[in-house]
Design a protein around this ligand. Structure first.
Ligand code: FMN
Ligand code: ADP
Ligand code: MG
Length: 207
């Protein structure tokens, strides 16, 4: 897969139903492979009732936006603030990780830097990509708005091929979120629709 030509963006220029899909949960321990094997940390949230609650979410790779509960997670760029959660871009995988042949379904979210920052996964870094890393935030509540679908999950001939495809996923997610209708979930432009504002309010509310 890694060498195959891939689309630069995913899905339509404006999110269409069923998106945005709201998911929420505490960050739990996974199999410990993300950082160790792949160099790509993924925040895992419970997937127990996913098929029942969200039958529309077939296994695959998606993009969206996330927020972490500021009561337990203090983001470095918000000096002294404990009240408002920071919204960041994300790419995620839902499924059985065919490369690892998991028997349980997982939801794994890789949080990316703000779109205003340079992308660590930009082309040219192949082979030695350093994926975005934050201080650990296990047990923190995470809210996620899934905004679109990127691709199905695949098995791979090598770990390197899997990593390279995830690098491209990060770039596709980033380019996809840079479109106005998606960017409005990340930055409040003042001319945001009531529907988007309502989803944003949900995203940053942790009671
Ligand atoms: C954007 C993204 C795409 C992924 N795509 C695949 C895939 O196509 N096939 C696969 O087996 N695993 C895929 N994974 C899952 C990785 O294998 C997984 O993150 C790794 O096994 C870490 O698991 P852990 O959190 O349990 O440690 C993907 C992960 C991410 C973040
Ligand atoms: N950019 C990031 N995206 C997601 N999680 C991150 C990120 N940076 C650090 N982390 C931390 O790393 C953990 C995930 O690492 P990982 O190696 O996938 O372990 P696990 O198998 O337990 O999920 C997350 O739970 C979180 O605490
Ligand atoms: Mg993980």
């Amino acid at each position: 897969m890694g060498s195959k030509l891939r689309d630069r963006v995913a899905g339509p220029d404006t999110p269409e139903p069923p998106y945005p899909v709201r998911l929420s949960g505490p960050v739990i321990k996974g199999f410990g492979r993300g950082s160790k094997d792949l160099g790509i940390p993924t925040a895992n949230i419970p997937a127990d009732d996913l098929s029942e609650k969200h039958p529309e979410l077939t296994s695959g790779v998606y993009f969206g936006v996330v927020a972490l509960d500021p009561k337990t997670y203090k983001h470095e760029i918000v000096e002294g603030s404990t009240s408002t959660a920071v919204v960041l871009p994300a790419v995620l995988s839902i499924g059985y990780n065919p490369f690892y042949k998991n028997t349980v379904r997982s939801v794994e979210i890789h949080i990316m830097p703000a779109l205003t920052e340079p992308s660590p996964t930009a082309a040219g870094h192949e082979g030695h990509t350093k994926f975005h890393r934050l201080p650990d935030f296990y047990k923190t509540r995470l809210n996620l708005l899934i905004l679109g679908y990127i691709r199905p999950e695949f098995d791979y001939v090598s770990l390197e091929a899997l990593v390279e495809d995830i690098r491209v996923d990060c770039e596709v997610a980033r380019e996809s979120l840079l479109r106005d209708a998606y960017k409005s979930y990340l930055v409040d432009s003042g001319k945001t629709s009531e529907k988007v504002s309502e989803d944003r309010r949900w995203l940053v509310s942790f009671d």
